[in-house]
Design a binder for this molecule. Sequence first.
Ligand code: HEC
Length: 117
Amino acid sequence: MDFSARLKLAAAAAAAFVAAMPAAHAAAGDPGAGARKITMCRGCHGIPGYRTAFPEVYSVPRLGGQHAAYIVKALEEYKAGNRSHPSMRAVAAGLTEKDMADIAAYYAGEAPKTAAR
Ligand code: HEC
């Protein structure tokens, strides 16, 4: 590959990188992508009665139907350590901003369960 071809390739890669940046910071998440990222959350946030037995018995908040902005904020606070819960801090630490937005969009669009009615 000659120099100008390399330069073009590098320019294309840089352009693609820049183009991807705003998406990563977009406030609006993609619920479809979110649906694929919540498999693990279901383990706790999807159990009947919303309780979990690990590491101790505690109730787990329902996420479906909550506002996307609230969910993102909660996750950011866990990640930053402003909210402390051992399980959720560990979970949130592994999420990117895009993950949080996608997950929030998914949960915000999910109807709250009506079993309690
Ligand atoms: C090991 C169990 C567990 C897993 C896995 C888990 N959570 Fe949680 N989550 C909890 C518990 C317990 C709380 C309540 C913690 C507290 O009191 O601060 C919580 C709280 C939250 C809250 C705050 C809700 C509110 O009403 O304030 C959000 C948002 C949340 N979790 C999102 C998620 C997402 C998204 C995932 C998956 C990426 C996830 N959680 C995975 C147990 C879990």
